[in-house]
Design a protein around this ligand. Structure first.
Ligand code: HEC
Length: 194
């Protein structure tokens, strides 16, 4: 009986250790990776992250094929936001932009080729305004942080939670409102009524 208890405890401890190691390596996969100090490596496997939203004609086109955007966020950041309405340090977003296609004389549209790939990283220690913005173009493997003028203004003036467009993320709007981090006065032209 005694040896059975000891074995059970050992098996339990081994399982705990394995799951802890598993959790660590999984969560490390969601952290931004840099080379040469400040060059961010293009995130891989982002399509297995949490999908937040898509939009057509988000480039401001009034008609035609237009740009199709999709946004993904690292899973630990998503669950942290649901529980707090805030983005944790090391949150990473991918915004992919694709051309779109449609049938002749029909309004249906679907995403086609990747044309641009943008990343936004929260790291208050690295970036003065807490967020770093990166443009990887179509296939660039690494990117340096964009100069402040390129991306900041629009995000800080129009993003409803911490310079991110939570007004366009249907599964997260409610959490932002519940925890009082959602700035409804910033919805502006990107407001989505529901
Ligand atoms: C004119 C306004 C505007 C500018 C300038 C802008 N963005 Fe955005 N960005 C948006 C909007 C609107 C969304 C959400 C909807 C979408 O994806 O189209 C967004 C979403 C994003 C997201 C997803 C996370 C989030 O904050 O919601 C990333 C990543 C991103 N942008 C990167 C960039 C980068 C990199 C630049 C600079 C090269 C940039 N953006 C410049 C308007 C802008």
């Amino acid at each position: 009986m005694k040896s059975f208890t000891v074995s059970a405890i050992l098996i339990f401890l081994a399982l705990c250790a394995a799951s802890l190691l598993g959790c660590r390596s999984t969560s490390r996969a969601y952290l931004p990776q840099y080379i040469h100090g400040n060059e961010l490596m293009r995130p891989q496997n982002y399509q297995a992250w949490i999908f937040l939203t898509s939009g057509l004609h988000m480039g401001g086109e009034s008609s035609g094929e237009g740009t199709f955007t999709s946004i993904f966020v690292t899973p630990p950041a998503y669950y942290h936001f649901l529980a707090s309405g805030r983005w944790p340090e090391q949150t990473m977003f991918v915004q992919e932009k694709r051309t779109s296609s449609s049938r002749a004389n029909k309004a249906d549209h679907w995403p086609t080729d990747l044309v641009r790939f943008n990343v936004q990283v929260k790291d208050s220690a690295r970036y003065g305004e807490k967020w770093g913005f990166f443009s990887f173009g179509f296939s660039q493997p690494t990117a340096k942080p964009n100069p402040k003028t390129m991306c900041w203004e629009c995000h800080f003036q129009r993003g409803t939670v911490e310079a991110t467009f939570v007004q366009l993320f249907p599964t997260l709007r409610a959490a932002g409102k519940k925890f009082g981090t959602y700035q409804a006065d910033l919805e502006g032209p990107y407001a989505v009524q529901y």
